[in-house]
Design a binder for this molecule. Sequence first.
Ligand code: KIV
Length: 308
Amino acid sequence: MSTPPRSGSPGFTSAGFDGAGFEPASFEPAGLQGPRFEGVRREHRVTARSLAARKRRGERFSMLTAYDYPFARVFDAAGIDVLLVGDSLANVVQGLETTLPVTLDEIVYHTRMVARGARRALVVADMPFGSYQTSADDAVRAAVRLVKEGGAHAVKLEGGARRAEAIAAIVAAEVPVMGHVGLTPQSIHAMGGYRVQGRSDAGRARVRADALAVQEAGAFAVVLEGMPSGLAREITSELAIPTIGIGAGADCDGQVLVMHDMLGLNDAGTPSFVKQYASLGLLAGQAARAFAAEVADGKFPGPEHSYR
Ligand code: KIV
């Protein structure tokens, strides 16, 4: 007797998970050429380089956080360009107040699941607090783990001028780096809370200098978080590398949202810069209540859900 298929097995094709109807735009081929790759399907992977080309062409791109295989599959098939295994996993998955306690092992574990589900999207793993602030050597070691064990294509780290050495060292170790300036949640204690950055003249100058330092250190893109939209616009036009905004207005080269915020899965409430595109928390609650009621009434399982 064969084992019944599990609906959660990799490769399953229930509605919405098989990429049907998704037309990839023009992306640089991943370069599967030569006799070694004969018969291998040619994928058009988004890369650090192809994002730079998009900026030059004036094409915007999207990034969402993802923390596991099923959502990585859904977002990848939907055409999301970059999947970020954010340290926001502390808040939205682990139920913690800040991102500070997340460990490198935890990010590696979640990155592995996301990388398995991403066929086209660029997978970026967040470097957790403490994994890169201590020294450039520690930063390289942590970044290499995220690529080697997690399967990430790139890493992201927070901070500007003060992190230039770490960024340069990781890039020299052949790992593409995404910077992150403005409101940097790992600096919550130093900033005195989650505050919009760059409102004063001095603050503006600091955020601009940080963004420039990140580019000069070799980062391929930079997240601009929690800053006035005018400042994000200026930085975006000054930098050659793409900017990705969150709470930074409409003029960045790309936009990122935390998946739980945009899908309505966050019971902690959503900040004003978030647009909620679905109410999955409500839907899941309705489904769970219907299941519990049918179990109580003896309606589930019916004959069609039972083996003879
Ligand atoms: O951890 C995260 O989700 C992030 C995004 C908000 C950019 O850093």
